[in-house]
Design a protein around this ligand. Structure first.
Ligand SMILES: C[S@@+](CC[C@H](N)C(=O)[O-])C[C@H]1O[C@@H](n2cnc3c(N)ncnc32)[C@H](O)[C@@H]1O
Length: 317
């Protein structure tokens, strides 16, 4: 289907209020493009692993929205112009030029793929499953990834922090539990590092589906990596299925506030002497998570950092 795309030029000062006005007029989904640096809180709230490079802020914001061909665009644009006129008495709405174009099917689901290309984390080649391994890389440790709509390209700092800690502690006897497996990247890499067995859990059915697909592309059998849907924090059936006292490593790359609830539960899944690797922690929340880890009876072994993100590694003694 073809869509009419409209791109409204305004200011960063007015972008939120203009965006709300568009929504109030019944427009579903407004894309905001600006160059305002993300705050710590934005980064935590967004917690996505693909972010395009951002240039210096110039105060300009573009709001894009789409209308279906049968919608009365002249009526809607006229309402928008009236609202912008009224707003201009109390906020700098800027130029308010509205450019129109026609676009083919909007591929909301796959647009991110333009930002995901093969790259290295240390000596590990992480490659989208639609790209080819170059001849000079065939001797490398390679992991093929298509996260679909789940998290876990390996590009995010927190995933990389977890990868390094898993590699540090994994042995050939390791049974690892990845809570919040997303694309399955951590559990699969643990197996490539030599672990015996991985279990992944996630709340999100798309993550479970992506993990199965990535296992297949990477030649990982279902008897090496078991994937379970559900919330281990409060679902006893999931806790029972995952099992108690049987993991050498538990990794959880989830936001700090979830880790605080998760830690006292998941400690029961760990063997004595087991390692707990947690990331997803923006630096403001480091203390909150280390406090929760200690309160659950774990000994903090290591705190590592990349950008504004933190990884806390602890042991169950
Ligand atoms: C940041 S992603 C991490 C994905 C992958 N492990 C990585 O490191 O790239 C966090 C994942 O945790 C999942 N999640 C959040 N809360 C959860 C919970 N209570 N139990 C299981 N999964 C959870 C989310 O659906 C998401 O897939």
């Amino acid at each position: 289907m073809k869509w009419n795309k409209f791109r409204l030029k305004t200011t960063t000062e007015a972008e939120d209020i203009v965006s709300s006005m568009l929504m109030d007029l019944g427009i579903q989904g407004v894309e905001i493009e600006d160059k305002v640096p993300l705050t710590q809180s934005d980064k935590e709230q967004m917690f996505v692993d693909i972010l395009p490079e951002i240039e210096a802020d110039d105060g300009v914001a573009y709001l894009s929205f789409y209308l279906e061909p049968e919608e009365d665009k002249e009526k809607i644009l006229s309402q928008i112009r009236q609202e912008l006129e009224a707003m201009s008495s109390y906020v700098n709405v800027g130029e308010c030029r509205i450019d129109e174009s026609e676009t083919e099917d909007v591929d909301w689901v796959n647009n991110w793929k333009q930002y995901f290309h093969q790259f290295y984390v240390d000596d590990i080649l992480i490659i989208p499953s639609w790209e080819q391994v170059k001849p000079e890389d065939t001797d490398k440790m390679v992991i093929h990834i298509d996260p679909g709509t789940a998290f876990g390209t390996g590009m995010h700092e927190t995933t990389q922090l977890c990868i390094r800690q898993i590699r540090k502690y994994v042995t050939e006897k390791t049974r690892i539990l990845d809570v919040g497996c997303g694309s399955g990247i951590l559990g699969m890499l643990a197996l490539k590092f030599g672990a015996a067995y991985s279990v992944g859990t996630d709340l999100d059915p798309c993550a479970i589906e992506a993990t199965y697909e990535n296992m297949e592309v990477n030649g990982i059998a279902k008897d090496q990596y078991e994937v379970m849907i559900g919330n281990i924090i409060d679902d006893k059936a999931v806790q029972d299925k995952v099992g108690y006292g049987c993991y050498d490593i538990v990794v959880a790359n989830i936001l700090a506030d979830v880790l605080v609830q998760l830690t006292p539960v998941v400690v029961n899944q760990m063997k004595s002497g087991g390692i707990y690797i947690t990331s997803g922690i923006i630096d403001d929340k480091e203390q909150t998570v280390t406090d929760a880890v200690k309160a659950a009876g774990l000994e903090v072994l290591d705190v590592t950092y990349q950008g504004e993100w933190v990884c806390v590694t602890a042991r169950k003694n």
